[in-house]
Design a protein around this ligand. Structure first.
Ligand code: PSV
Ligand code: MN
Length: 424
């Protein structure tokens, strides 16, 4: 389904005066040129949505479905198209193979193109056995002690690259579920060596202008150890592969209280931060709505990202993606909330007075340093987001628009109550 642009205009009209007044209010605090710069940056900022998170998410205890889920890759792209029409921030999709193998590549490309959606990083899946596959990943994939399983996993990743090439993607994200559930299950050094060798084989098949993004995660689905447990291991493997390989930070893949912003700063200084999976969490890889639990943390991360983007030309532009799971919310509403939280943190980080911060840091004025960061964090930047959307033809209030336009009801009418999307 598509939204008629006129519907969006009609929803925006009544709120425009109030919005202009709020924007004027911000101009009494920040210079007009800074406001313009932030609005332009926000308009340019695009986040890829995960194809696997457009249906109801489940846990191992159950899954609570609701209607109108996308039953095909085309419908997933249409859902992202709806979010993009409303937010103007979701101009990309991140596909997961084999869940999203296109039946007709040309038709899928044309559909995405007509909705202004590009194909961001491709994701491989060696954490589930596929029907008819000769080898099982029960004891690992790229790092398995069984050579045939390793070879099958390498082949799968190469196939994902080939599909991505046809679609116009430019990167492959590898997340390895490989690990051990019990001490002694495997030899740490052996499996790490296997992982490195397998990644190098995949890397050799990367097209010239592609990137390999390597995720890390400390636990789950294995609970004693994982082969790529932390950013250091990912960084080491990326270096071993070569200059087209980078570390990907998934916010949920850290032990509690890890200083993620410092990891971001370190990787960017080395030119090795490749991308981001946004989500939020209270305990572990909870895959909750971005910014719903730790918004200040998200701001501090963006503060480092903005600094890095301005000061680390050695680091390539980043692949921004959401990686979440929606157990009880309508996923489209959840994704709209996540996009809003990402843009808020980004806008606040762009408002940080970097000159004053440098001066305060040089003078070891710790109190002032904190004030400068929190001044930016405590600014209500939502008028800047609305302005960016208004200028690009999006909805000033995307979530409200989604509800007023009764999108979920329309999707249920179109697709029925019982479809189930592939994904998590
Ligand atoms: C694993 O937890 C992960 O973060 C990886 O990015 C996967 O590819 C994704 O979730 C979806 O399964
Ligand atoms: Mn992830």
């Amino acid at each position: 389904m598509r939204i008629d642009q006129q519907e969006i205009r009609e929803l925006n009209n009544p709120g425009t005066d109030t919005h202009k007044r709020c924007l004027e209010g911000l101009k009494t605090v920040y210079s007009e040129s800074l406001i313009e710069r932030v609005v332009n940056r926000l308009s340019d900022f695009q986040v890829a949505l995960p194809s696997w998170a457009l249906g109801a998410g489940g846990t191992r205890f159950g899954r609570f479905s609701y209607g109108g889920e996308p039953g095909s890759l085309e419908q997933k792209i249409e859902d992202i198209g709806v979010i993009h029409q409303l937010t103007k921030t979701a101009g990309a999709v991140s596909l997961h193979i084999p869940w999203d193998i296109p039946k007709d590549v040309q038709a899928v490309k044309e559909l995405a193109d007509s909705l202004g959606i590009t194909f961001d990083a491709m994701n491989s899946n060696t954490f589930q056995d596929q029907e008819g596959a000769a080898e099982s990943y029960r004891y690992g994939s790229l790092s398995s002690v069984h050579q045939a399983a390793r070879e099958q996993a390498v082949e799968h990743n190469i196939e994902v690259i080939r599909i991505g090439e046809q679609l116009g993607s430019g990167s492959l994200t590898v997340w390895l579920a490989d690990g051990a559930n019990f001490p002694g299950q495997y030899n740490f050094q052996t499996v790490l060596k296997h992982a490195e060798d397998s990644l190098k084989k995949i890397y050799r098949e990367l097209p010239e202008d592609w990137k390999l993004l390597i995720e890390y995660k400390p636990y789950e689905p294995n609970f004693y150890s994982t082969v790529i447990q932390d950013w250091g291991t990912s960084f080491m493997l990326a270096n071993a592969c070569g200059e087209k390989a980078f570390t990907l930070v998934d916010l949920g893949h850290h032990l509690p209280n890890t200083n993620i912003e410092q990891i971001v700063a370190t990787l960017m200084s080395q030119g090795k931060l490749g991308g981001f999976h946004f989500n939020d969490s209270k305990y572990g890889d909870d895959d909750l709505t971005v910014g719903s639990v730790k918004p200040y943390n998200l701001f501090l991360i963006f503060n480092e990202l903005v600094y890095g983007m301005e000061n680390n030309p050695q680091n390539p532009s980043l692949a921004w993606m959401i990686d979440a799971s929606h157990n009880i919310k309508d996923p489209l509403e959840d994704l709209i909330q996540s996009l809003e939280a990402i843009l808020i943190a980004y806008a606040q980080a762009l408002l940080v007075d970097r000159e004053a911060l440098l001066e305060a840091q040089q003078g070891s004025d710790v109190v002032r340093c904190q004030e400068i960061l929190q001044d930016a964090y405590r600014t209500d930047v939502r008028p800047l987001l609305r302005e960016a959307r208004l200028r690009s033809g999006g909805a000033m209030y995307p979530l409200q628009a989604y509800r007023e336009l009764k999108i979920r009801k329309r999707l249920i009418e179109e697709r029925g109550m019982r479809v189930r999307a592939t994904g998590l």
